[in-house]
Design a protein around this ligand. Structure first.
Ligand code: ZN
Length: 376
């Protein structure tokens, strides 16, 4: 027992020394840690992430970052493995967009010789892959001309260039028309439309499949010129509301044609071919799959007061009121070059009241609305 106690007493002094040293180290570490957290906190309070803040400290760029203040592109740069110190100032001047490989793409564009404002413009007009491809091509000449148009697309650059060269159209028209594929061959160079939506666009460049069919209901005979017509449920209800309100004001509307299947359109083309010949059909009859009637959202509207709709009082009433019920005049005369269809004063399309109101108030076509808001 006594021997053991002696040993313990002997060991006590070195232990104290070690503990003292450890204590000092601990205090220093805690002080360093507190200082470090304070520094990080200062950077983070400007909106930088933990990862970016760490890198900022580690790369000794705290003073620079504090002088810049909140900056999302800088934050992304410090978060990225592609960070290049020589581009630090560029990063801070380029507008941030949420994009994979943002910093990698910016590096490529800087290297290509684009200015910071050019790069901001480029980033706005494409996704990560498109920007990367754009950065790989030779530096382009007419960047601002086309890309000051909000909905211009990087991937369409060459088409814009060709179209404006060939037609002499201004940049805004060029961007719109190319985005709508008007530089392509109608009925040949088209996109497939598969999904139903009230804002869907079907035209000579956007085709429905043979088996596309919306949610159909039969239209009661009192609203239509013949029995058994069908159309999309919500659109039919909207029409009935419009019909009733028009009726109260002394106007008589009637549906002359509504939903037509792919096969119906095949048959129509045949009938017209026999009656008027090939060139008539080519010019005036939509090919199967390219007719909006297949969406169940299109109505050819007639008047009970006149055989010629365009001369009727109902025609005027529709022009002033249809938008309130979610309908738009689909093929106005002055926009034939955009819609690709000849003026049809009777052809109305249901799009819902939000879009119909916008289109009516801004006097644009569904195609332009699509280019502005839907074509992502
Ligand atoms: Zn029609």
């Amino acid at each position: 027992m006594g021997k053991v106690q002696k040993k313990r007493l002997k060991l006590k002094e070195p232990y104290v020394k070690v503990l003292k040293v450890l204590g000092v180290i601990c205090v220093v570490l805690i002080a360093v840690f507190v200082f470090y957290r304070k520094e990080i906190g200062e950077i983070k309070s400007l909106g930088y992430s933990e990862k970016a803040s760490n890198n900022i400290l580690f790369k000794y760029k705290k003073d620079y970052v504090l002088s810049v203040g909140e900056n999302k592109t800088l934050n992304a740069a410090f978060e990225s493995d592609n960070f290049k110190e020589e581009y630090l100032e560029d990063y801070s001047k380029i507008n941030y967009v949420k994009q994979d490989n943002l910093i990698k793409n910016i590096n490529k564009l800087i290297k290509k010789g684009y200015s910071n404002s050019d790069i901001s413009l480029i980033l706005e007009h494409g996704d990560s892959k498109e920007v990367s491809e754009f950065a790989d091509r030779e530096k382009v000449k007419y960047l601002e001309e086309f890309f000051s148009v909000k909905y211009a697309k990087l991937s369409n650059y060459d088409r814009y260039l060709n179209y404006s060269y060939e037609t002499g159209e201004d940049e805004e028209t060029t961007v719109l028309y190319v985005n709508l594929n008007l530089d392509k061959t109608p009925y040949e160079d088209y996109e497939d439309v598969k999904k139903f939506s009230y804002d869907m666009v079907v035209n000579k460049y956007r085709k429905l499949g043979e088996d596309f069919e919306p949610n159909l209901v039969e239209i009661k005979e009192e609203y239509a010129s013949e029995k058994g017509m069908k159309a999309e449920r919500v659109a039919v209800n909207a029409f009935i509301k419009m019909y009733e309100d028009a009726k109260k004001e002394g106007y008589g509307l009637v549906i002359n044609s509504s939903y037509r299947s792919y096969q119906d359109q095949v048959d129509i083309a045949e009938t017209y071919r026999e009656l008027y010949g090939d060139s008539y059909v080519e010019k005036y009859v939509a090919k199967p799959g390219f007719s909006e009637h297949q969406t169940g959202l299109a109505f050819d509207i007639g008047s009970t007061s006149s055989n010629v709709f365009a001369n009727s009082k109902e025609y005027t009433w529709m022009q002033e009121n249809a938008y309130k019920y979610g309908f738009i005049l689909r093929f106005p005369k002055k926009y034939e070059d955009i819609t690709g269809f000849r003026n049809e004063p009777w052809h109305y399309r249901y799009v819902g009241t939000k879009i119909s109101k916008y289109i009516w108030e801004n006097d644009i076509t569904l195609e332009e609305y699509y280019a502005l808001f839907l074509d992502k």
